[in-house]
Design a protein around this ligand. Structure first.
Ligand SMILES: Cc1cc2nc3c(=O)[nH]c(=O)nc-3n(C[C@H](O)[C@H](O)[C@H](O)COP(=O)(O)OP(=O)(O)OC[C@H]3O[C@@H](n4cnc5c(N)ncnc54)[C@H](O)[C@@H]3O)c2cc1C
Length: 266
């Protein structure tokens, strides 16, 4: 039996797994997607790190978080941004290699959904660390939460540049094009004759996609708070990650909170 079943191989699950493993706990990490990293998943396409779920820039005043992440992979400045935070950057080789290092001593099952696993193997672990949607954990007991959905389409283009800036809005649509080469400028200097772009579209009526922000209506916020109350009473699981928060929730907060929870429960 595992000490912890960690639902979600995003940054929250990976940091939690790493920290409790360090304290001697045996962990199984699962993710319903076929990749690790959650929304931070990056692919290396012809040497260019591609943020497959949209640009993710770490901006923080928290030195502990900055040093922790930098100990797993070097962060470099982002070219087109000036942050008010003390530390800012993106991993030179993308986030996936950092997540891989965080998870290296844990068992990881991908394409594995918690809702199926808990039916098949309810006693697989003593405790669950859950970073998925709250409504799904509770079988939508009070109804389904509404999230803005994001979809992403990545394309390799055989041209030096596709557009003039890192991010450009598509006129008249809830969409933008990201050109990854611009992110740090490192790959731009290599004068590669190709580039990689991602079209990011968002809205609550997309057919499917990755949940982003909770829709900001009174009804939806009240529903979310009801699920938070249920989560507070749940003995079997510890809840964390961005889906446990109502507003925006950055990478730095995810790392910091996962560390705090790991310290508390390990
Ligand atoms: C559009 C957008 C842009 C952002 N940009 C930035 C930025 O520039 N800088 C910044 O600091 N933050 C940014 N963020 C926030 C950042 O994405 C989060 O802070 C971070 O990814 C949170 O990681 P997480 O592990 O909590 O969640 P996630 O990355 O969402 O990981 C959760 C994982 O759990 C898995 N999962 C869910 N349910 C189940 C289930 N039932 N069974 C198995 N697995 C399951 C999911 O597949 C997912 O992989 C952005 C967020 C969005 C939506």
């Amino acid at each position: 039996m595992y000490d912890f079943l960690i639902v979600g191989a995003g940054i929250s699950g990976a940091v939690f797994a790493h920290e409790v493993h360090k304290a001697g706990k045996k962990c199984l990490v699962i993710d319903s997607r076929g990749t690790i990293g959650g929304n931070l998943y990056c692919e290396n396409i012809r040497g260019i790190p591609v943020h497959c779920y949209g640009l993710h820039i770490l901006q923080t005043d928290d030195r502990r978080v900055w040093e922790f992440l930098n100990s797993f992979g070097k962060f470099v400045p982002c070219r087109e941004r000036v942050s008010e935070k003390q530390y800012e950057g993106v991993p030179e080789k993308g986030y996936t290699q950092i997540i891989r290092k965080l998870l290296k001593d844990c068992d990881v099952y991908l394409n594995t959904d918690y809702n199926s696993l808990r039916k098949e193997k309810p006693d697989i672990a003593k405790k669950v660390f859950y970073t998925g949607r709250l409504d799904e954990y509770f079988g939508e007991e009070y109804g389904r939460l509404v999230y803005e959905l994001h979809s992403y389409e990545t394309e390799l283009r055989f041209q030096k540049h596709y557009q003039k800036h890192m991010k450009e809005k598509v006129r008249g649509k809830n969409a933008q094009i990201i050109e990854h080469k611009y992110l740090t400028g490192i790959y731009d200097k290599k004068h590669t004759p190709f580039t990689v772009i991602t079209k990011e579209s968002w809205g609550k009526n997309l057919k499917d996609g990755v949940p982003g922000m909770l829709e900001n209506t009174e009804k939806n916020r009240m529903l979310f708070r009801k699920y938070r109350m249920l989560a507070g009473k749940e003995k079997r699981a510890i809840f964390g990650g961005r889906m446990f928060h109502e507003g925006s929730y950055g990478i730095d907060e995810a790392v910091r909170d996962a560390m705090i929870l790991a310290e508390k429960y390990a």
